[in-house]
Design a binder for this molecule. Structure first.
Ligand SMILES: Nc1ncnc2c1ncn2[C@@H]1O[C@H](COP(=O)(O)OP(=O)(O)OP(=O)(O)O)[C@@H](O)[C@H]1O
Ligand SMILES: [Mg+2]
Length: 394
């Protein structure tokens, strides 16, 4: 008896489920959770490869595959279960992604693009070679090398871990050789760069499909405290020509690295009104959270559409301004879930809780307010955030 061929994975079959596109996201944090929300609207199945069923995306109902990204067998099995593989974080060894792709499942972004987000030295070198504006930088191993760099560029300098840093971890401003020695005593490879006189930090979020089709969101202004993003204003309060330059620069980067999916480019506006590239992320990004309510198409929806090779959605705004404030864990245990009745007294407040337990400084969620004026939208978002997280709520 001849055996019947297996049903095709993304078309045909006998049930609705057989027809749903299946996107596999490596990682199950809040970015995957918000991607899952967008997937539900599109009737797309989101699968996540993440260690625990309690991780934010799995807890919210994305199809859970237990595993870590450095487990080659888990990666290969995950690739077989979906139509395309993408990521919600950068800490994914490219060997596993290469293996998934070689076994026949497309991976977006491609490992070569991902490297620009994983390795800050690779990115700095690549962008410098393209004549794109980056801070002065060099790889360093010893305090003497840092001192020589500072002799040319002045103290303080910024030491950065080549890989693995996030939320400002792995970024140290050092004022002298002894401080540099202390940082370099930590394991891992480091680079040093000039301390940029930053007037404003901005980010450009864009979505790009495998065919190169690209849509760019309005420039976002980002505010960081202690290296961690605390709030966003879209559009950024910077001159229009500078916004245009930033969008063009991000588009150039997307083409150069052949990014597919969301690309976020973090930039500094310097005191003398020039742009300097900070870093890139080849996935949905914190600076794009205001697009959920603020834009016609959210970054999460456009990420799915891009990695599936589908047409991209409009990036126009639904209101003149969107302000987002991150919910960071307070010094004492405060669970924002217990504060909802208080925060929701402001009917404009859009709340996103990530289902994570409290830890000091941990990103537990974010709130967004749309409005006509940045100051007013920001004030409302800040009040909502304080009501959700402050030890003594206002
Ligand atoms: N060369 C520099 N000069 C001045 N400030 C800098 C420089 N590099 C980084 N910073 C500051 O440190 C912050 C964090 O740096 P970076 O974005 O490289 O770190 P990260 O931990 O990878 O970030 P993220 O929080 O986006 O994951 C920047 O947003 C900026 O405020
Ligand atoms: Mg950053």
């Amino acid at each position: 008896v001849p055996s019947s061929p297996p049903p095709p994975t993304s078309a045909g079959g006998d049930g609705v489920d057989e027809r749903a596109a299946r996107v596999g996201m490596v990682g199950g944090g809040q970015l995957a959770r918000m991607t899952h929300r967008a997937a539900i609207d599109l009737g797309v199945e989101l699968h996540v490869l993440t260690p625990s069923p309690d991780d934010p995306a799995a807890a919210a109902g994305a199809s859970f595959h237990a595993g870590a990204p450095d487990d080659l067998e888990a990666m290969l099995a995950f690739g077989r279960a979906v139509d395309v593989v993408t990521l919600d974080h950068e800490l994914v060894p490219t060997a596993g992604l290469d293996a998934v792709r070689d076994a026949g499942t497309p991976v977006h972004p491609a490992p070569a693009a991902l490297r620009f987000a994983q390795d800050k030295l690779h990115a700095r070198r690549g962008f410098a070679e393209l004549d794109l504006p980056v801070p002065a930088f060099t790889a360093v191993d010893t305090p003497e090398e840092v001192e020589r760099f500072a002799a040319d560029h002045g103290w303080p300098v910024v030491l950065k871990a080549r890989a693995g840093g996030y939320d400002g971890r792995g970024v140290e401003v050092v004022h002298d050789r002894d401080a540099a020695a202390q940082v370099l005593a930590h394991p891992g490879a480091w680079l040093v760069e000039a301390n940029v006189a930053i007037q404003t930090e901005i980010a450009v979020v864009l979505a790009r499909g495998p065919d190169g089709a690209t849509v760019v969101y309005p420039v976002v202004e980002t505010v960081q405290r202690d290296g961690i993003c605390i709030e966003l204003v879209m559009p950024a309060r910077i001159a229009e020509p500078l916004q245009q330059q930033a969008r063009t620069l991000a588009d150039q980067i997307a083409q150069a690295i052949d990014a597919v999916g969301i690309l976020a480019v973090e930039l500094f506006v310097t005191d003398d009104q020039t742009l300097v590239i900070n870093e890139v992320a080849t996935r949905p990004h914190n600076s794009g959270h205001a697009t959920i309510e603020g834009s016609v198409t959210s970054q999460f929806s456009n990420h799915l559409r891009a990695v599936l090779g589908w047409p991209l959605g409009l990036t126009a705004m639904r209101a003149p301004v969107a302000a987002t404030v991150n919910l960071l864990g307070a010094d004492q245990p405060v669970d924002p879930r217990t504060r909802l009745p208080l925060a929701l007294r402001d009917p404009r407040l859009h709340v996103h809780l990530y289902g994570k337990d409290w830890r000091p400084g941990r990103k537990l969620g974010h709130v967004t307010v749309l409005g006509d004026h940045p100051d007013e939208a920001l004030a409302a978002a800040r009040l909502g955030a304080a009501r959700l997280t402050a030890v003594t709520p206002p």
